[in-house]
Design a protein around this ligand. Structure first.
Ligand code: GLU
Length: 307
């Protein structure tokens, strides 16, 4: 019997959705639905300073408008802190968690080694602190919590093929909880995808380099691993990564000029799924969806064709 596919939308409600977010949601939806699967909606609002319920509500209206339905949720990460703490405790019980007192300035110093995605590679400065040192430093400031990593993690991405990382060399001991108590994305996303029975993660390839870290966590927490399919990024016409600042490429603005099916049809065409940017509903596109047709290179948006 084939396993039932469970996909998910995992947006961070920190602004209005732009085309890049919609592109991820559309492909996640098509990939799950084309195999008769279900979709879960989870709001990644761990950082309550940067996210808002209003944005989350707008996001749900936007998904509805486009015809991207979900079957379960929304779940709110802001309400799941107790569960993330249990996961952190499980890792700590394996002797793999330690407090880190490094400041932002120390971590981001110009001479610190950086990974290809621009993130710093933690050099293990607080890895060997003694109990006495920890007690003393704790009087000065609250520590962040890090996970000790070792070994190499590889996986086969559904879209980009075999990927591998040497964790100590390529990312270093990574954060599980920030010093202000906010749980790190890496821990929460694994804890949740695992608990929610997600079998397929579809998301932008900016997160491809996080996946080995996440698989490492799945294994340590004994959670079932989903399959991963990363997708190309939508870029602004000057090659920059599209961001929430590109208001004219936001759905609020596009809605004034295009119907839902025109937007969906253009995104499907940009993904490589169709030959022309013709209006289409997600449901119509699901029938012909195949990963083989999805392009691998990033897509530069031609603003003039969206005006
Ligand atoms: N919440 C993340 C974002 O909006 C996505 C996380 C994921 O798909 O794993 O970028």
């Amino acid at each position: 019997m084939t396993q039932n596919v469970v996909g998910r939308f995992a947006p961070t409600p920190s602004g209005s959705m732009h085309l890049g977010n919609l592109f991820s949601c559309l492909l996640a939806w098509l990939s799950a639905r084309s195999r008769g699967g279900r979709v879960i909606l989870r709001m990644e609002n761990l950082d309550t300073q940067r996210t808002s319920v209003e944005y989350a509500e707008q996001l749900m209206r936007d998904l509805d408008f486009l015809g991207l339905s979900w079957d379960e949720g929304p779940y709110w990460q802001s309400e799941r802190g107790g569960y993330y703490q249990e996961c952190l405790d499980k890792l700590a019980a394996q002797g793999l968690v330690y407090p880190c007192f490094c400041s932002r300035a120390e971590l981001h110093a110009a001479d610190a080694p950086h990974a290809s995605d621009g993130d710093y590679i933690y050099q293990g400065r607080c890895r060997g602190l003694s109990e006495a040192e920890i007690a003393e430093k704790s009087r000065e400031r609250a520590p962040a919590m890090r996970l000790r990593v070792s070994g190499t993690v590889g996986f086969r991405d559904l879209h980009y093929g075999w990927q591998e990382q040497d964790l100590p060399r390529d990312c270093g001991d990574f954060l599980l909880r920030r010093s202000d108590g906010v749980f790190a994305y890496q821990l929460a996303v694994v804890a949740d995808d695992g608990a929610m029975g997600v079998t397929q993660v579809v998301r932008g390839r900016d997160l491809l380099s996080s996946t080995p870290r996440q698989l490492y966590l799945y294994r340590l927490l004994g959670l079932p691993e989903p399959e991963f399919a990363h997708i190309p990024m939508l870029l602004a016409d000057d090659g920059r990564r599209l961001s929430k600042r590109d208001a004219d490429m936001g759905l609020e603005s596009l809605k004034e000029r295009f119907s839902a099916e025109e937007i969906v049809g253009r995104l499907a065409w940009l993904a490589g799924l169709t030959d022309r940017p013709e209006a289409a509903s997600p449901r119509e596109l699901a029938a012909g969806f195949s990963w083989d047709r999805v392009r691998k290179e990033d897509v530069k948006l031609d603003r003039s064709s969206w005006s």
